[in-house]
Write a protein that binds this ligand. Structure first.
Ligand code: ADP
Ligand code: ZN
Length: 721
């Protein structure tokens, strides 16, 4: 690696546009990718050496790099990925870099842990607390202080007292033991013929360099076992692997499956880990000690040294699109990073995104199919329940035919899942006396009643208020009604209509990751009969006894005026009905719908997924929509509607002309107000081969600049449009 100097460009991990120049002090050697500390204003800041400086500065005006860490430099492919993400999404490269760098904790060598051991005499005064500590320590091993405090339930002072008395002595425990590498040949699955054919197909496409395979197989076809063998191949080649999941709640199941197959756990990576755990994994990935990671979207920024394979499970999932500071799509980023790293990508799904399907159809991606379920389990038999003719009684949400099917499943000792993708009790609270509707004070949305917790809540900003007893507008009592169902309301109906059944309610707001994981384990053990849940239960889990799925409102996702609505609805319905009937049981699913003739419902009932994709692709092609065209959204936000709209109009008027580029708006965004800020949207549509990011950047650079309370956010490839 070539040392650079005496002046280098350093990308600092803060919101600035480009790298700054620094001097490399005498005696320090840095190369591209080196992680450093540099002075920036009053504060030392983490940064990465980006290369030669852009400008010729006078040496004496530059500051020195303060420190270079003794870790391997970030790989060339990661640096280029960061550049790509910044350029493509119009984010500041420093902010993208920040997602890839950890705190100093990860960069300094792991410190030895201070622990305590039984030393000298029993203390003269033996209190109950002291006795507890000593009984915990009977095993004779050293205990780190937090663990000891936790296990004995005493205060720090008790431990200090025992140290002072000489009963305990302080020792240094060595740093945590090394991570054991997964063993590719530990316990390979015996693949079915179909799985073996899929694996052969994947292997045939392994060029040793960059390639993408779409693993397209119905739910329960055993895609995981297939891509695990590709993971094994990659590990055998001595390269690192990342398995990226759309939902943290799935991590644990995957870690367990991975350990069974490879003998040792993969490292995990997501937002619910402690900073110390994350620091270890980050450092292990950088040094090469960690060979496999299972994690969330942000794992795509880990400092792999020898990346060989990225797997995206449930690749169609909208959760892969990050919607906060840096607006990237995990799937696109995985493909870009792999292409820069010379690695391969496997996109796995039972319902591939229309984008990936198109890439497979045109031959850009290898198309690997698994047409039948593992062990010949049957796909569920799907029936539409026409709510216009056989809907439920007034005040109920479960139609008679679905209710009978639930009773039948209960009689057979099987489980039923009632799916409704809406948290809480009711999406709207209305006063019958005056017509007042409870809205979020900060957003243009209704407040959702969460009856279990006795609050009304905004699902956009998190605003909460106590559920009222009298109408806040007219003061009438007994006049408030809950309109429409959420899962808590379904749970209430289940309790009255299926007394004796053991129900459980599951949604992402029902506790910590650990609590949710416990619920899943209880369901798998058969401790519940009726599962009432949102999206959270639609993905990835296999429950042996689950034979019936009822979708309370199959039309829910179709209500939006969003061209992706049909695709998204088809995906979620396929996922959730796919929970029914695994292993030896055949399953049944009911879709409660007012539109049994809609293309999505037809495709679900007839199982004609090919027809559905063909239809969807034709619609997109005709509209010049992704994947046949590009879209970007510019969201202008501000405190006042008039001022915000005025600025959006001025911005629109300044749009550069370009052939084939169409602009729509400005108009109020679908959610027109969030957290007290008005949101106005401009949509831009361009041909596929057009550099839309470059165009928008030029537009923002040359157009009026947002100042004061006004802001412009750019969303390239918006998920809803
Ligand atoms: P998918 O991800 O395609 O929905 P999974 O990979 O989760 O399906 O597999 C579905 C079920 O079949 C799981 O319970 C899995 O353990 C089992 N299974 C799949 N392939 C095999 C195999 N080759 N040997 C044993 N069990 C398998
Ligand atoms: Zn709100």
């Amino acid at each position: 690696m070539t040392s650079l100097g005496p002046i280098v460009a350093v990308m600092v991990s803060v919101a600035v546009d480009g790298p700054y120049s620094y001097r490399v002090p005498e005696g320090m050697a840095v190369s591209r990718g080196a992680i450093v500390v540099v002075p920036l204003g009053p504060r030392p800041t983490l940064g990465v050496v980006w290369g030669e400086p852009r400008d010729n500065f006078a040496h004496n005006r530059l500051k020195d790099i303060a420190h270079v860490f003794d870790v391997p430099p970030l790989s060339e492919e990661l640096l280029r990925t960061i550049d790509w993400v910044a350029r493509y999404t119009l984010a500041q490269p420093g902010m993208v870099l920040r997602g890839a760098l950890r705190s100093r904790e990860a960069l300094d060598p792991p410190r030895p842990i201070i622990a305590y051991k039984r030393g000298g005499p029993e203390p003269e005064r033996m209190t109950e607390a002291r006795a507890r500590v000593l009984s915990v320590m009977e095993d004779g091993y050293p205990w780190a202080r937090p663990a000891l405090v936790g296990a004995s339930g005493v205060s720090n002072a008790v431990i200090d007292g025992l140290v002072k008395a000489g009963t305990l002595v302080q020792v240094e425990m060595p740093a945590p033991p090394p991570v054991l590498p997964p063993e590719p040949d530990f316990a390979p699955a015996v693949l079915s013929d179909g799985q073996q054919a899929a694996l052969d197909h994947i292997r045939a496409h392994d060029t040793g360099g960059f390639s993408v395979a779409l693993l397209d197989g119905v739910t329960g076809s055993g895609k995981t076992e297939v891509f695990f063998e590709a993971v094994a191949d990659c590990l055998r080649q001595g390269r690192q692997v990342g398995i990226i999941l759309p939902e943290i709640a799935l991590t644990h199941t995957f870690l367990d499956r991975f350990e069974k197959r490879f003998g040792h756990r993969a490292a995990e990576w997501h937002s619910e880990m402690t900073p110390v755990q994350r620091a270890r994994v980050w450092r292990g990935v950088l040094t090469g000690e960690v060979r496999a990671v299972i994690g969330a979207r942000s794992a795509l920024f880990l400092p792999f040294r020898e990346l060989g394979l990225l797997v995206l499970d449930e690749e169609h999932d909208g959760a892969f699109k990050q919607a906060d500071r840096v607006n990237y799509h995990g799937r696109d980023m995985a493909v870009v990073r792999a292409s820069l790293a010379g690695a391969r990508v496997i996109l796995s799904s039972a319902t591939p995104s229309v984008e990936s399907r198109n890439n497979a159809d045109t031959g850009r991606y290898a198309h690997i199919r698994l047409e039948s379920r593992f062990a010949d389990a049957a796909l569920p038999d799907i029936t539409a329940l026409d709510m216009r003719t056989e809907g439920p009684e007034k005040g109920e949400w479960i139609a008679p035919r679905l209710a009978r099917a639930v009773f039948d499943a209960l009689d057979r000792g099987e489980q039923a899942l009632l799916f409704l993708n809406r948290r809480g009790y009711a999406p709207l609270t209305l006063c019958r006396a005056c017509g007042h509707q409870y809205q979020c004070p900060e957003c243009s949305t209704w407040l959702v009643e969460h009856r279990f917790r006795g609050v009304l809540m905004c699902h956009h900003c998190g605003h909460e208020e106590r559920a009222p007893e009298v109408c806040g507008a007219c003061g009438a009592t007994d006049s408030l009604v809950a309109v429409g169902p959420g899962i808590e309301r379904i749970a209430e109906e289940v309790a009255t209509r299926f007394p004796g059944a053991r129900p459980v309610v599951l949604s992402s707001d029902m506790g910590s990751m650990r609590q949710i994981r416990d619920r899943f384990a209880e369901i798998a053990r058969g401790e519940y009969d009726i599962i009432i849940g949102t999206q959270l239960v639609a993905k990835g889990h296999h429950f042996e006894k689950l034979s019936l799925v009822g979708v309370i409102d199959a039309d829910l996702g179709l209500a939006h005026g969003d061209p992706r609505a049909a695709e998204k609805t088809f995906q979620v319905l396929t996922q959730v009905t796919g929970r029914a009937g695994r292993e030896s049981r055949s399953g049944k699913a009911y879709l409660q719908t007012y539109h049994p003739d809609h293309a999505v419902m037809r495709a679900m009932i007839t199982g004609d997924r090919e027809g559905f994709y063909a239809h969807e692709l034709a619609v997109r092609r005709q509209g010049g929509l992704p994947p046949f065209g590009r879209l970007a959204a510019l969201i202008v936000s501000g405190n006042e509607h008039g001022e915000t709209m005025g600025f959006a109009r001025a911005l629109m008027a300044a749009a550069p002309l370009a052939e084939g580029v169409r602009r729509f708006g400005p108009a109020d965004a679908p959610v027109a107000m969030v957290r007290g800020r008005h949101r106005i949207r401009i949509l831009v549509q361009s041909p596929k081969e057009f550099d839309l990011s470059g165009y928008v950047r030029f537009w923002l650079d040359t157009g009026p600049s947002a100042s004061g309370n006004l802001r412009v956010q750019v969303d390239i490839d918006p998920m809803s449009f």
